[in-house]
Ligand binder design. Structure first.
Ligand code: PFF
Ligand code: NA
Length: 439
C-alpha cells in the first residue's frame, strides 16, 4: 500500500484548519450576532465560549485524528473502539449535508463577484438577489462552486488543499485589513463601531437563555467542530508539534477574522445609512450592495470595493467547502480504498445533487442549515467529548503531550472535557432539542 499523505509543513496544517474555520460564519453571521446580542458584551461571552469549549473540543478532535492517522470513521477501529465509529460517521454525514447548501451560498457569492464587476449586483440589489439566489441561475453557480471545490480536493493534501489555503488565508486577512482601512475613512463609520463594540451587559443578562446557546453554537460552528473535519485534518499530521499551540493559533486567527469582518461590514452600513437589519443572507447580499451603490465615484468605487469584498467571501467560503468535502473523501479513500480523484468527483457530484433543493428554494436552504447546526453538530460534539473525555481518557492526554511540554495542562484539559465541557454541551443539546421538537 502506498504511503498515506501528510501536510508538508506545520504552517500548512494551521492555514488549512484556519481556512476551514474562517468562512461565511465569520463574515456575515458573526458581526450580526454580535451587534444584535449586546455588542461587546456578546463578544465577551463568545470569547469565553471559544476559550472554555471551542479550544478543548478542537484539541479533542485533534487528539483523535493525530492518534489514528486515518479517516474519521476508521479512526475508531484503529483506536480499538470500533463501536464508537458512529461518532465519526455523524460528523462525516454532517459535512456532506452542510457541503450541499454551503456550496449553493458559495455559488451566490461567485455570482456577486461577477455582478460587482459588471455593476448589476449594485444597481437593484433586492431584485438581483431574488433573480440569482433561486432556480436555474442558482443551480448553475452551485455547480461552478462545487466544481472548483472538487478540483482542489482532487489534487490531494499537499498539492491541493495545502497549496491552495497557503494563498487563500493570507489573502483573506490582507484584503479584510484593506477593506477595514477603507471603511474607517467613511464619514459616519464611528456609529458602526459603536454599534458593534459598545458593551451592553443588560441585553446579555436579560436574554441569556437565547444568547448563551447562540454564542456557544457560533463558537463550535465557526471552529468547524462536530463535522469530523478537524479529526480528518489532524489525521494528516506526520509530525509531533504542539497541538495546544496549533489549536490556540487557529482559534485566535478565526476570532480575529470575525472581528475584522465586523469592522468592515458595520461601519460601511452605518456610514451609508443602510440599516443593518437582522443579518443573514439579506445583510450580505442586499444591504451591502445597497450601501456600496451609495458610495461616491459614480458607482465605480462601489463596484471596486464590491469585487474585493465578495472575493474575500468567496475565498473564505471555498476554503471551508474544501474541508467539508475532504472529510467525506478521506472516508471513501481510507475505508474503501477508492482513489482520491474519483472519490472527490463522485462525492462532490452527490453533494451537488443534494444541494439542488436548496438552490431551487431558499426555504430548503434554511431547513438544511437548521438541521445541520442544531441537530447534527451538537450531537456529534457531545459524542466527541464523551469519547475523548471518558473513553480515550489518559490515552488522549498522552497524545496531546506529544510535541509539547505542557505536562499539567493535559490533565486539566481532560478534566475540563469530562466535567464542565460535557455539561455545557449537554445543555446546548437539550436547548436545541427543545427548540427543534418541543416548541
Ligand atoms: N467554519 C465555517 C464557517 O464559519 O463558515 C463553516 C464550516 C466549515 C463548518 C467546515 C463546519 C465545517 F466542517
Ligand atoms: Na469560522
Amino acid at each position: 500500500m502506498s504511503q498515506r499523505e501528510t501536510w508538508a509543513t506545520r504552517t500548512g496544517f494551521i492555514l488549512a484548519a484556519v481556512g476551514s474555520a474562517v468562512g461565511l460564519g465569520n463574515i456575515w453571521r458573526f458581526p450580526f450576532q454580535t451587534s444584535a446580542n449586546g455588542g461587546a458584551a456578546f463578544l465577551v461571552v463568545y470569547l469565553a465560549a471559544v476559550l472554555l469549549i471551542g479550544i478543548p473540543v478542537i484539541l479533542a478532535e485533534f487528539a483523535i485524528g493525530r492518534r489514528a492517522n486515518v479517516d474519521a470513521v476508521k479512526a475508531f477501529r484503529t483506536l480499538d473502539r470500533p463501536s464508537w465509529r458512529f461518532v465519526g460517521a455523524i460528523g462525516i454525514l454532517a459535512s456532506f449535508w452542510t457541503l450541499s447548501y454551503y456550496s449553493v451560498v458559495g455559488g451566490w457569492v461567485t455570482r456577486y463577484v461577477a455582478g460587482s464587476v459588471t455593476g448589476n449586483a449594485l444597481a437593484a440589489p433586492e431584485s438581483y438577489f431574488g433573480a440569482v439566489s433561486a432556480g436555474l441561475p442558482a443551480i448553475l453557480t452551485h455547480a461552478i462552486f462545487i466544481a472548483v471545490t472538487i478540483g482542489i480536493v482532487a489534487f490531494g493534501i499537499e498539492r491541493g488543499i495545502e497549496l491552495a489555503t497557503k494563498f487563500m488565508v493570507p489573502s483573506i486577512v490582507v484584503l479584510l485589513l484593506v477593506l477595514a482601512g477603507f471603511a474607517a475613512t467613511l464619514p459616519g463609520a464611528g456609529e458602526g463601531y459603536a454599534f458593534f463594540l459598545s458593551p451592553d451587559f443588560g441585553v446579555v443578562a436579560e436574554n441569556w437563555q437565547s444568547i448563551l446557546p447562540a454564542a456557544f453554537g457560533q463558537a463550535l460552528f465557526s471552529l468547524s467542530l462536530g463535522f469530523s473535519v478537524m479529526i480528518t485534518y489532524a489525521s494528516y499530521l506526520g509530525r509531533d508539534d504542539s497541538l495546544f499551540a496549533d489549536g490556540l493559533a487557529i482559534a485566535v486567527t478565526n476570532t480575529f477574522v470575525g472581528v475584522l469582518a465586523g469592522l468592515v461590514v458595520l461601519p460601511l452600513l452605518f456610514a451609508q445609512g443602510v440599516p443593518p437589519g437582522e443579518g443573514g443572507a439579506g445583510a450580505v447580499f442586499i444591504a451591502i450592495p445597497t450601501a456600496l451603490a451609495e458610495l461616491p465615484g459614480g458607482g465605480l468605487l462601489g463596484q471596486l470595493i464590491g469585487v474585493v469584498f465578495f472575493a474575500v467571501v468567496f475565498i473564505a467560503a471555498l476554503s471551508s467547502a474544501i474541508s467539508l468535502l475532504e472529510a467525506v473523501v478521506a472516508y471513501a479513500v481510507d475505508t474503501f480504498g477508492i482513489s482520491r480523484a474519483p472519490a472527490a468527483i463522485g462525492l462532490g457530484l452527490a453533494g451537488f445533487l443534494l444541494g439542488i433543493p436548496s438552490a431551487l428554494d431558499t426555504a430548503w436552504l434554511d431547513w438544511f442549515d437548521g438541521i445541520g447546526v442544531t441537530f447534527f453538530l451538537p450531537i456529534a460534539v457531545l459524542a466527541v467529548v464523551v469519547f475523548v473525555g471518558w473513553i480515550m481518557g489518559d490515552e488522549a492526554v498522552a497524545e496531546l503531550r506529544r510535541g509539547s511540554n505542557l505536562t499539567s495542562a493535559g490533565t486539566t484539559w481532560l478534566w475540563m472535557l469530562r466535567t464542565f465541557v460535557l455539561l455545557v454541551v449537554l445543555l446546548i443539546v437539550a436547548l436545541n432539542f427543545n427548540d427543534l421538537f418541543l416548541t
